[in-house]
Design a protein around this ligand. Structure first.
Ligand code: UD1
Length: 375
C-alpha cells in the first residue's frame, strides 16, 4: 500500500518536491502517491510550482478551492474520506501548517491510518494565527514527527508528545532550495517575464524584496494602510519589489489603497514562480516579509530578512540565521531598514540539518519503519 503525500497550498509544494523522489528511490523504495486538495488553484499559486519543482501531476485532486476556514477544512475532509477508503494507504504524509494539513491528518487518524508530519513542532505561541492551531492539532494526532530545528523537540515534549515519535532531520524546503538554486531566474529574465517593467533600474543588491499575506497584516484595512504607507516611505531608501499574494491584492483593492504603491519606486508583481522568487531573493539587498518559509530561505541564503510580525515559530532563523523580528510598527520597520542598509545587515550562519539532505534522512527512517523496525 502506498504512502499518500498531501499538498494543498503554495508553501507545501517546495516541501514535497525532493521528499517524494527520496521516498521512492532505491531497491527499497516506497510506493508513493500524491494528492492535491485544491486549496490553492490559481496557475500562479499552483501550476507554475508543479512545473518548476518537477512535481508529478497529482494522482488525485480534490478541487476544493477557497472558502472560510470551516468550509475549506470541512470540504477537504468530506472529499478525502472516500479516497482513503478506496486506496487504503499505508500512511498519510502531511507537511507544514496549512488547512489542508490538519484536515487530511484528522480524517486519516480516525481511520487508523498512521499520520506522518514533516515540519512538526514549530510554535509561534500565538493562537490567533490560524497556522498555530493547525500545527498544535496535527502534532497531537501524528504517529511520526519530523522536525527542522531543535526548538521543535522541546515544544513537542512540553505538549506531551512521546519523544520516540520525534525525529530531528533538518529542513526539506532547503533541500529544494539547494537543488534548484543553480536554475534561479536572472534579473534580466524576470524583467522580460512581466509586461510591466520595473519603475527603477533593477540591479543586484539594489532593491529590497517584500511579501505580505498574513491575515494579521492585511485583513484589517487600518493595519494594511499603515504597512503600505511604511513601505512607500521605505521605497525612498531603497526600491522595492512586491509580488502580491491574491489575498493581499484583494484586500488592497477592496480597501482602495492601491494608490499607496503607485508613482513610487515599487514594482508590484502578481504572485511569481519559485525560480523567479529564488532569483529575486538571492540577489536582494534585504527581504521584508511576514512569510514563514521566507524566514528560512533567507537564512539559508544568508540574505538579511526583516520579519514583519511580532513572533516567529522559527526561532533558529533569529538565533543563528539572518532573520530579525521587527513587527508592524512603522518606526521600528524604518529603523531596522536603515540599520540594515548602513551595516549590511545580519549575515548569520546555516542551521544544523539545513544541508540539502533532510529528505534522505526522512526516507531512511520511513523505509525502516515500513519494514516494521523500531525507529
Ligand atoms: C495559506 C495558508 C498560509 C500560507 C499561505 C501561502 C492556511 C490557514 N493558510 O494562506 O499558511 O502561508 O497559504 O500562500 O492554510 N486565493 C486565490 N487563488 C488561489 C488561492 C487563494 O485567489 O489559488 C485567494 C482567495 O481569495 C482566498 C485567499 O486567497 O480566499 C486566501 O486563500 P487561503 O487558501 O484561504 O489562504 P492563504 O491566505 O493563501
Amino acid at each position: 500500500a502506498p504512502i499518500l503525500c498531501i499538498v494543498g497550498a503554495r508553501p507545501n509544494f517546495m516541501k514535497i518536491a525532493r521528499l517524494m523522489p527520496a521516498l521512492a528511490a532505491g531497491d527499497d523504495g516506497l510506493p508513493v502517491k500524491l494528492l492535491h486538495t485544491g486549496q490553492h488553484y490559481d496557475a500562479a499559486m499552483k501550476a507554475s510550482f508543479f512545473e518548476q519543482l518537477r512535481i508529478p501531476e497529482p494522482d488525485i485532486d480534490l478541487g476544493v478551492g477557497s472558502g472560510t476556514h470551516a468550509e475549506q477544512t470541512a470540504q477537504i475532509m468530506l472529499k478525502l474520506e472516500p479516497v482513503l477508503d478506496q486506496m487504503q494507504p499505508r500512511a498519510l504524509l502531511v507537511v507544514g501548517d496549512v488547512n489542508s494539513t490538519i484536515a487530511c491528518a484528522l480524517v486519516a487518524v480516525k481511520k487508523g491510518i498512521p499520520v506522518i508530519h514533516v515540519e512538526a513542532g514549530l510554535r509561534s505561541n500565538d493562537r490567533a494565527m490560524p497556522e498555530e492551531i493547525n500545527r498544535v492539532l496535527t502534532d497531537q494526532i501524528s504517529d511520526l514527527l519530523f522536525t527542522t530545528e531543535r526548538s521543535a523537540e522541546e515544544n513537542l515534549a512540553r505538549e506531551g508528545v512521546d519523544r520516540k515519535r520525534v525525529h530531528f532531520v533538518g529542513n526539506v524546503m532547503i533541500d529544494t532550495l539547494r537543488h534548484l538554486l543553480p536554475e534561479a531566474a536572472t534579473l534580466e529574465k524576470i524583467t522580460q517575464h512581466f509586461s510591466e517593467p520595473p519603475p527603477f533600474s533593477l540591479q543586484e543588491k539594489g532593491y529590497a524584496l517584500v511579501t505580505l499575506h498574513r491575515p494579521s497584516n492585511v485583513d484589517d484595512p487600518a493595519v494594511l494602510e499603515r504597512l503600505l504607507t511604511t513601505l512607500r516611505t521605505a521605497s525612498q531608501r531603497i526600491p522595492l519589489i512586491f509580488p502580491a499574494h491574491p489575498r493581499t491584492r484583494g484586500r488592497i483593492d477592496a480597501a482602495g489603497l492601491s494608490h499607496l504603491l503607485e508613482n513610487a519606486p515599487i514594482w508590484v508583481l502578481p504572485p511569481i514562480g519559485y525560480l523567479e522568487m529564488l532569483g529575486l531573493m538571492s540577489r536582494a539587498k534585504l527581504v521584508m516579509s511576514d512569510s514563514g518559509g521566507i524566514q528560512e530561505e533567507t537564512t539559508a541564503l544568508g540574505i538579511p530578512c526583516l520579519t514583519l510580525r511580532e513572533n516567529t515559530e522559527r526561532p533558529i532563523t533569529i538565533s543563528e540565521g539572518a532573520n530579525q523580528l521587527v513587527g508592524s510598527d512603522p518606526q521600528k520597520i524604518l529603523t531596522a531598514l536603515d540599520d540594515t542598509l548602513t551595516s549590511g545587515g545580519k549575515a548569520g550562519r546555516i542551521p544544523e540539518g539545513w544541508d540539502g539532505a533532510a529528505s534522505q534522512r526522512i526516507a531512511a527512517v520511513l523505509k525502516s519503519w515500513a519494514r516494521g523496525e523500531e525507529v
